[in-house]
Design a protein around this ligand. Structure first.
Ligand code: NAD
Length: 485
């Protein structure tokens, strides 16, 4: 085993779980056993909530300008430890080194935003009538939880950690049991940056720990990022227990390609979007609607897709079950009459035969009712549908139950604007394959890609991590007049 067993992190210390049950953590790159992760129990969650609760009084009363100093230092530490963190992400998640580096870079950008929070939470004050003022201030919510998925072992945790903590909350994070290593390194960097013990805690485990979070009376707010199926469970259970909840789910992102799109640029963007992180991004393009005659663009897409080589510039998918599931989608589409233009099934990387790779796959003549058109595949696969008009393409896009992102490729500004306004998705790209808003703009989808109000990053995350206090103050209107008498 390459690394020692993963432990929980409670009150600033790595501690054994009170359970002896654990799961193995293997690298998707080559099947190497990396570590084991504990399947924690309710007593572990209790200990973490207790530590977080004890830290809350001091941390929430620390002025925000002081709190963000921790994150200025944390940001520098992320820079300093870029190679080591990227290596770990690569090993446990299976993505390429370039993708892992990009993830740490994005974590740095997220932390920079948290450092700017004092400028954004200044509150307001107004004299509403003579001698009477109303003013607002932001208070921390309390002990909060963050439940995260496997596909971004550093970035998604950093969607929540810097903002929630800088705003005065104390957190328990439940990492994905598939990628539990990176978050432990983040905890060490937070401690080195000066974060007081108990403010940030890690409890590892599976669905039992997610349920423990939703049910624990000491946790005030729950953020979740993962599949729609689990997002619904978490949202229902957390809100039934009267907690605030923001639950981000899965996606089926559509790219609308118009015949006037620039072929080379469009092909590069489509292929980068569908194959980046082996298609395991909630922002990945997995459906394309070719409007009118776009054969010349589809040809270029196939050309670019063939340049993506598993084990070289394409990482692995998370495990064998995922590889089998993705290949099954392709086989089923083929059986239903779709045409496989580029086939990624059966990919094997020499010397890494135990790795779980799927090559880039382009499927044409997909019908909107096929599973490859409606379901999240979470692999490097693009399903191409064809329509004659933009409105037909929008009907297909808007019929899907998700609504994370959509993009249009065109040189026609009017058409681009029409699609921005009429596509039912939270994040829209124009000639951009992965339209992730950069900070301070916020990340969050619509429809079944997000449950709850607000977004997970940027300015619209502030309301989720804070409570607004409204004070009405009557001042003595005579003050000053008789001061010296
Ligand atoms: P997942 O839903 O299987 O797991 C997410 C978390 O929930 C993990 O910590 C896991 O331990 C826990 N979990 C799993 N099953 C559970 C259950 N039945 N009850 C309670 N908890 C459970 O997701 P994943 O496979 O780790 O990640 C991939 C999914 O996440 C994709 O659907 C992807 O689109 C989505 N995702 C969405 C966003 C977004 O911003 N919308 C971002 C990243 C990933």
């Amino acid at each position: 085993m390459k690394y020692s067993p993963v432990n929980n992190y409670i009150n600033g210390q790595f501690v054994h779980s009170q359970s002896t049950a654990s799961l193995e953590v293997t690298s998707p790159l080559n099947g190497e056993l990396l570590s084991t992760v504990p399947l924690s129990v309710a007593a572990d969650m209790d200990a973490a909530v207790k530590a977080a609760n004890a830290a809350f009084a001091g941390w929430s009363k620390t002025p925000i300008k002081e709190r963000v100093q921790v994150f200025f230092r944390y940001k520098n530490l992320l820079h300093q430890h870029m190679d080591e963190l990227s290596q770990l992400i690569c090993e446990e998640n299976g993505k390429t080194m370039d993708e892992a580096i990009a993830e740490v870079e994005k974590s740095i950008e997220l932390t920079e935003f948290a450092c700017s929070l004092p400028q954004l939470v200044t509150g307001e004050i107004l004299e509403v009538s003579r001698g009477i003022e109303c003013r607002t201030t932001y208070a921390a919510v309390g002990v909060v939880a963050s439940i995260v998925p496997f596909n971004f072992p550093a970035m998604v945790p950093n969607w929540t950690i810097p903002n929630a903590l800088a705003l005065g909350n104390c957190m328990i994070i439940k990492p994905s049991e598939k990628v539990p290593l990176t978050v432990g390194r983040l905890a060490m960097l937070l401690k080195e940056a000066g974060l007081p013990d108990g403010v940030f805690n890690i409890v590892h485990g599976d669905s039992a720990m997610v349920e423990a979070i939703c049910d624990h009376p000491g946790i005030e707010a729950v953020s979740f990022v993962g599949s729609t199926k689990v997002a619904k469970i978490v949202y229902q259970r957390a809100t039934a227990n009267f907690k605030r909840c923001l639950a981000l789910g899965g996606a089926k992102n559509h790219l609308l390609v118009l015949p006037d799109a620039i072929p080379g640029m469009t092909a590069l963007n489509v292929v980068a979007s569908m194959s980046g992180c082996a298609g395991q991004r909630c922002m990945a393009a997995s459906a394309m609607v070719a409007v009118g005659n776009s054969d010349h663009i589809i040809e270029k897409i196939c050309e670019e897709a063939r340049k993506i080589i598993p084990g070289k510039n394409l990482g692995a998918v998370i495990n064998k079950a995922s590889k089998d599931r993705i290949e099954q989608f392709i086989t089923e589409a083929e059986a239903q009459g779709a045409k496989i233009l580029v086939d990624g099934r059966g990919a094997v990387v020499e010397g890494k035969e135990e790795g779980t790779y799927v090559g880039p796959t382009v499927i044409d003549y997909v019908r909107p009712d096929m599973a490859v058109a409606t379901e999240e595949i979470f692999g490097p696969v693009i399903s191409i549908m064809r329509t004659n008009t933009v409105d037909e393409a929008l009907v297909i896009e808007n019929a899907n139950t998700y609504g994370n992102a959509a993009s249009v490729f065109t040189q026609n500004g009017g058409m681009a604007r029409y699609i921005i306004e009429n596509a039912s998705a939270g994040m829209i790209g124009v000639n951009v394959g992965v339209p992730v808003p950069r900070e301070p703009f916020s990340f969050g989808g619509w429809n079944e890609s997000k449950f709850g109000v607000g977004d997970i990053t940027g300015k619209s995350s502030i309301a989720f991590w804070t409570k607004l206090k409204k004070a009405t103050v009557k001042w003595n209107p005579e003050a000053g007049v008789n001061w010296m008498s």
